[in-house]
Design a protein around this ligand. Structure first.
Ligand code: SF4
Ligand code: SF4
Length: 247
């Protein structure tokens, strides 16, 4: 310091230097960098906040966009419940049905979500779901449900309604139909026939064709169908199922 060392008082220039050093004095270059840094931090925080809360917002937006089911849809849901002998409003969304479902991994809407769609009056997405065709009617979900919702029966009711509405273009539905046709015709399955029907119906005639010959060679798939005796009994079963509203 070049001030009067005895008095301990800084000169004006030294004061300025000291204030600059401590940051109390406005320095365009240095302070602008600090301000820009702070602004960038705010901007980044805004983006992070937006992206983190974006999902939440979109859920809120979706929830806001929900519209009440029309009377027609409500009627249909009521009929489906009556058909299945269950009440979707009993479900409290615990997820035990989905946790036990052996086919949930392949479903677009697992059982819990199918029930939720119906609770929200969204019957069309439920009817258009692949899940209703993937469901194997194993009854695990209905057995596990702590509220007694018969989900398996509801899946059946949804399938029947989908068929009534002509929704048979799904691959799984095509497979089911091919299977039933073979059982109706021969009294038992005929794998080659099922695959051929399914492939033709779904517009993929050569799908898995490379496996046909090796499987036939190993005796896994018969070349010709085998028929059971008393196929009339099988016919009666199909007729009875149709009377009850089945396929
Ligand atoms: S187990 Fe029953 S209560 Fe739980 S989510 Fe499934 S249907 Fe709903
Ligand atoms: S009945 Fe269908 S939905 Fe229920 S557990 Fe079995 S496969 Fe899943």
């Amino acid at each position: 310091m070049s001030n009067d060392e005895n008095s301990g008082i800084m000169s004006r220039d030294e004061n300025v230097e000291y204030l600059k050093y401590t940051g109390y004095l406005w320095q365009p270059g240095r302070n602008m960098r600090v301000i820009c840094g702070i602004l960038v931090l705010f901007w980044a925080a805004g983006i992070i906040n937006h992206s983190v809360s974006g999902k939440g917002l979109s859920i809120v937006e979706k929830a806001v966009k929900l519209i009440p089911a029309c009377a027609e849809d409500q009627d249909l849901i009521g009929r489906l419940e009556a058909d299945a002998g269950t009440n979707v409003n009993l479900c409290y969304q615990c997820g035990k049905c989905t946790a036990g479902c052996p086919a949930a991994f392949a479903m677009d809407y697992p059982p819990r979500q199918i029930i939720r769609l119906l609770q929200l009056g969204m019957v069309k997405p439920a009817l258009q779901a692949e899940s209703i065709w993937i469901c194997a009617t194993c009854e695990t979900c209905s057995t596990r449900c702590p509220r007694g919702v018969d989900i398996a029966s509801l899946m059946d009711a949804l399938r029947r309604e989908a068929l009534r509405q002509g929704q048979t273009d799904k691959k799984v539905a095509a497979f089911n139909q091919a299977f039933l046709n073979c059982v109706k015709l021969f009294g038992r399955t005929y794998e080659a026939g099922i695959l051929l029907q399914h492939n033709l119906k779904t517009g993929q005639p050569f799908k898995d064709a490379q496996y046909g010959l090796p499987m036939m060679k190993r005796g896994k798939v018969g070349v010709l169908p085998t028929r059971i005796k008393n196929r009339d009994e099988i016919k009666k079963i199909f007729e009875r199922a149709q009377e009850l509203g089945g396929e």
